[in-house]
Design a protein around this ligand. Structure first.
Ligand code: CA
Length: 384
């Protein structure tokens, strides 16, 4: 089996109600997909492309990917990585380009073997993954009614946890929002807070003390994503769990956060860190250091499925007779913000009781609607 063609699709879809977080405000959603087709007609899908990542894919990777055996994922991963490493491009969008290809190669390998990706990874230790609702972003005129209605909805839908944002307002205003959410959801629902890198360590510690008083379960990206010493300063000053890692690429960028115990919860992202191959490696590294691995997910069903397959294989941390989500079991992000891309390109994933079932079909186990992909695409390119 050989790789016969590589196609990229950059997708964009406007949303009805714009929303924001500490670093941005959006009125449309984006993602980038790759479709790899083999000479015997097997199709694999991956995610993680942006415009510069698509250029790397077609101009840098395609010359050696075309004609290669797609099942040889480890060798192809190394070849992609080393092509970018010396140019200092394996971080950023380069890591995402590797991720997109890697996910598609795993989809192909699974379809060729007739097995889901989690089976190729050695099999699963759980059949469903606990998920929390990611939402409760800033919107125009949201507070308090729309924000608190959204929080109540997640409880009614059966979620055991949800995540909101800080860092877009003053500390006092943000604490008012978080306190109001805690008030309406009650004490038994896990509430997480994400600053998206908006603070220096001193301010993160100041707001972190107030978040802890509101029984916030984890404080995510309190400081700059690459500021490992800032993480350590915050983590050592606060009693609540510190989470981060969604922006890190490859095991080499994750190693300090794991080895220096700069986070309590590592959140690698399958379309940033290097695909299924690298997410699996990083999750195992974190597990050995007693650090929970809760995959970051903010994309289409391709990314959700890839994350579920790896999450299914992560051992309990630490080993436990009765491992529980949030204590020893991975808990995966389930983005509930508006996204036509997420809802249209495949049958959307539906949670039940705060869990998502791991797909059982071959490969990713996701059927892509190619007409929906074409309809949402604003740029396409093909190498063959
Ligand atoms: Ca985040």
């Amino acid at each position: 089996m050989r790789i016969a063609s590589i196609e990229s699709f950059l997708l964009e879809a406007p949303i009805a109600i714009p929303f924001g977080w500490s670093q941005g405000w959006i009125d449309r959603r984006h993602t980038g997909l790759v479709k790899i087709t083999t000479d015997d007609g097997i199709v694999g899908w991956g995610e993680g492309l942006s415009s510069p990542a698509a250029a790397l894919l077609h101009d840098g990777f395609a010359p050696f990917l075309l004609g290669a055996d797609p099942v040889q994922r480890n060798g192809l991963w190394e070849r992609m990585f080393h092509q970018l490493y010396n140019a200092n491009l394996a971080g950023g969008f380069g890591g995402s380009a590797i991720s997109a290809v890697d996910i598609a190669l795993w989809d192909i390998a699974g379809k060729a073997a007739g097995l889901p990706i989690c089976a190729l990874l050695g099999g699963q230790v759980r059949e469903s993954i606990a998920v929390y609702a990611t939402g409760l972003y800033y919107t125009e005129g949201e507070f308090p009614d729309r924000l608190l209605d959204e929080a109540r909805l997640y409880v009614e839908l059966g979620f055991r946890g949800m995540k909101t944002k800080v860092g877009g307002l003053s500390v006092a205003e943000d604490i008012e929002r978080v306190a109001a959410i805690r008030e309406v959801i009650g004490p038994d629902i896990f509430l997480m807070v994400d600053a998206n890198q908006s603070y220096n360590a001193a301010t993160a510690i100041r707001i972190g003390r107030e978040l802890d008083a509101l029984e916030v379960f984890w404080f995510e990206e309190p400081v700059g994503a690459k500021d490992v010493d800032g993480y350590l300063q915050v983590k050592n000053a606060l009693p609540l769990a510190i989470a981060g890692g969604e922006n890190l690429r490859t095991r080499f960028e994750c190693k300090e956060y794991i080895g220096r115990r700069a986070v309590d919860i590592l959140q690698p992202d399958v379309v940033n860190v290097g695909g299924v191959t690298e997410l699996h490696r990083v999750a195992q590294m974190a597990n050995a250091f007693g650090i929970l691995c809760n995959p970051h997910v903010w994309g289409s069903p391709v990314m959700i499925a890839a994350s579920l397959h790896v999450a299914a294989t992560i051992p309990s941390c630490p080993p436990a007779r009765n491992p529980l989500p949030y204590q020893q079991e991975p808990v995966m992000e389930f983005d509930r913000t508006p996204s036509p891309i997420r809802e249209k390109i495949a049958t959307p994933f539906e949670q039940s009781g705060g869990f998502l079932a791991v797909p059982t079909g071959p490969g990713l186990g996701v059927e892509i609607d190619e007409s929906a992909v074409a309809a949402l695409s604003v740029a396409r390119r093909r190498s063959s």
